[in-house]
Design a protein around this ligand. Structure first.
Ligand SMILES: Cc1nc2ccc(C(=O)N[C@]34C[C@H]5C[C@H](C[C@H](C5)C3)C4)cc2n2c(-c3ccccc3Cl)nnc12
Ligand SMILES: [Mg+2]
Ligand SMILES: [Zn+2]
Length: 347
């Protein structure tokens, strides 16, 4: 099917504030979710210009604009896994490339940097707001397509990315050499598949060892694990922002989780506690996620890039905020409120 991109859409991409009007745009403290959504395609273009991709790969602007607009249309209107998430994940890739000087210091080639940024932008295309296990449970079409290989949703996001590139007038990578083109798609595959959090759990200890032994840029295995780590960090980058942002994002994530739980109950299935609005204890679950998963990932990042220490500190701050908000949740729980009702009630 053919999604049209109007002339107005293409004009939208030309108007947004310039970088020097937003000096902190390239700081880790910047919150990309506060960018006006109609200006976001323009910011994607500006980030790619600023990263030197347009010149290095002789990318045609009108083809890139059409690609960005098709990617945006590829995201659904679900609470969390929507275009706003994709844009914020791509913004973190921009921050990592600039603040860690990934290309300048030889961690990434320019091609790997391009693949990283594009993978972040496309990593959740056509997400339905439900998990991989829900695909299996509900015998979805996607499960029938991909469940034998695992990472069902991630394989779908990858396939949607390739389809978008192959859409008439959208393949901005066509200006790459044949070798670079094949290499870039290979990198995009590894990077999008790396965003399956279950896969991260499998390689976490290997990533930790490599970082402690001393990262070796010349080893392909090290480069693969660094790319995977940077994808997971980008996907979780909301947790490195201030508490107001973190709280807002939690509301979106649990809106999605609980909608899935409601669906599972209708299907006669018992949802996992974190998906059940009656049983979930959001502060406890978030404290577990931040202390057992999130902070560990960013600590590995900080062993390779000392600048990432500010990200670990931001997560520590959010852990303290969840700790202190726990008492408020418990007080309202005694009054019969679910933790979601407390989360969305203005403090
Ligand atoms: C704040 C926050 N909390 C989150 C709490 C929990 C989980 C989560 O999927 N847990 C697991 C826990 C085990 C092993 C695997 C598979 C399943 C069983 C489910 C993962 C994700 C969370 N998450 C994400 C996120 C990142 C990547 C994909 C999807 C999402 Cl939603 N982004 N932000 C957050
Ligand atoms: Mg995903
Ligand atoms: Zn994501």
């Amino acid at each position: 099917y053919h999604m049209q991109v109007s002339r107005q859409d293409v004009l939208d991409v030309t108007m947004c504030p310039s970088q020097h009007e937003m000096p902190h745009f390239s700081k880790f403290s910047f919150t990309p979710r506060n960018i006006l959504l109609k200006e976001s395609p323009c910011f994607v273009l500006k980030m790619m210009q600023d990263l030197g991709f347009i010149d290095t790969f002789r990318i045609k602007q009108d083809i890139l604009v059409r690609f960005i607009l098709y990617v945006r249309k590829g995201y659904r209107d679900v609470p969390y896994h929507n275009w706003s998430h994709a844009f914020s994940v791509a913004h973190f890739a921009y921050l990592a490339l600039k603040n860690f000087e990934l290309v300048e210091k030889g961690y990434f080639t320019q091609l790997e940097a391009l693949a990283y940024f594009i993978s972040c932008l496309c990593h959740d295309i056509d997400h339905r707001g439900t998990t991989n296990s829900f695909q299996q449970q509900s015998n979805s079409v996607l499960a029938s397509l991909y469940s034998s290989e695992g990472s069902v949703m991630e394989r779908h996001h990858l396939s949607q990315t390739i389809c978008t590139l192959n859409t008439e007038g959208c393949n901005f990578l066509e200006s790459l050499s044949k070798d670079d083109y094949v290499k870039c798609l290979d990198l995009i595959k590894d990077m999008i598949l790396a965003t399956d959090l279950a896969s991260h759990y499998k390689i976490h200890s290997r990533q930790l060892t490599l970082a402690q032994e001393g990262y070796d840029k010349t080893q392909p295995e090290h480069r693969y694990y660094l790319a995977s780590l940077l994808m997971t960090c980008a996907d979780l980058s909301d947790q490195t922002k201030d508490w107001a942002e973190t709280k807002k994002v939690a509301q979106l994530i649990y809106a999605e989780f609980f909608a899935q739980g409601d669906l599972e109950k209708k299907m006669g299935k018992t949802p996992a506690n974190m998906m059940d609005r009656e049983k979930a204890s959001i502060p406890d679950h978030q404290l577990e996620f931040l202390t057992q998963c999130c902070i560990c990932i960013f600590r590995i990042l900080a062993t390779i890039f000392p600048h990432a220490k500010v990200l670990v500190d931001a997560i520590k701050q959010n852990i303290l905020c969840w700790e202190s908000s726990k008492r408020i949740f418990e007080k309202f729980k005694l009054e019969g409120k679910t933790s979601y009702e407390v989360l969305v009630s203005e403090e």
